[in-house]
Design a protein around this ligand. Structure first.
Ligand SMILES: C[S@@+](CC[C@H](N)C(=O)[O-])C[C@H]1O[C@@H](n2cnc3c(N)ncnc32)[C@H](O)[C@@H]1O
Length: 250
């Protein structure tokens, strides 16, 4: 367990180092000398660069905390990504949209099987993080299949018929107006398109995140899919120890 924890912490530090270098390059590219940098109407005072550095450092720190929460040590063991991805069938000719992709835990794996993956995220820090680590973790042929996209709270920014399968892992409860969001997805999904929602069961379990009050009952997810207009709603609450998997079609 100690070794897994150490390796996991080393991995997060490794990714964060790469991420920090990317952010530094990004800041350099949009720095004070860049005429198109937003709000760059005057030369920065020394105090501005200190504030910028402090903001970046605290940003990285909170990103590190989020990464620890999203991808705790040993997540692969209970998350069983191969079981979740296996539910999607043959992906060689399919585009998958991973809504709320976070660190890209699923998108990175999907990019090695699907024709194309669109990792939709609200938080630009995770967009930069995924753009950085895909270059480290994935072979060039898989990198080109992995697209990150900034979404809005009420809009995944998917184009009509763009995604054959929509995956929502550990994110559904954070969507503010869920039924409206599902209807929005339904509008852009092709006929026969699939949605797969994976989220935490409301029961005692040895992992502490997310807290039980930040979880939905399985029947609530099923009811909301139904209310939004999805059909063939099927659930599997046995395959994963801590989470249920709900599948539905347009
Ligand atoms: C708990 S993380 C899960 C990350 C990833 N799916 C995983 O399983 O590792 C939830 C993520 O969803 C993102 N998120 C929340 N609401 C969203 C929305 N409406 N559209 C896109 N991303 C969203 C958050 O920024 C956060 O990164």
């Amino acid at each position: 367990m100690g070794v897994v924890l150490l390796l996991s912490n080393m991995k997060i530090r490794h990714y964060l180092a790469i991420f920090s270098i990317s952010i530094t390059l990004l800041l350099a590219a949009c720095g004070p000398d860049d005429p198109i940098a937003e709000g760059n109407t005057k030369a920065p005072k020394p105090a501005d660069s200190t504030a910028q550095h402090n903001a970046l450092t605290s940003d990285s720190a909170s990103l590190q905390n989020l990464l620890r929460q999203y991808d705790p040590p040993g997540r692969d063991v209970w998350q069983k990504p191969e079981v979740v991805i296996g539910k999607m069938g043959d992906l060689s000719n399919k585009t998958v949209a991973d809504i709320g992709a976070g660190s890209g835990f699923f998108s990175r794996r999907l990019a090695q099987q699907a024709k194309h993956v669109i990792a939709v995220e609200l938080d630009p820090r995770f967009i930069h993080f995924m753009d950085s680590i895909k270059r480290v973790e994935l072979k060039p042929e898989y990198q080109s299949r992995f697209e990150t996209r900034l979404g809005l709270p009420n809009d995944p920014k998917l184009k009509p018929n763009e995604a054959d399968i929509v995956l929502v892992v550990n994110t559904y409860i954070y969507i503010q107006n869920r039924i409206a969001y599902l209807k929005n997805l339904l509008n852009v999904m092709p006929q026969g398109g699939k949605i797969i929602i994976v989220d935490f069961k409301r029961k005692r379990m040895p992992i502490k995140y997310p807290r039980p009050e930040v979880r939905l009952e399985l029947y609530e997810v099923e009811n909301e899919l139904d209310a939004a207009g999805f059909t063939n709603i099927e659930s599997d609450d046995c395959a994963l120890d801590y989470q249920y998997i709900v599948m539905a079609e347009k």
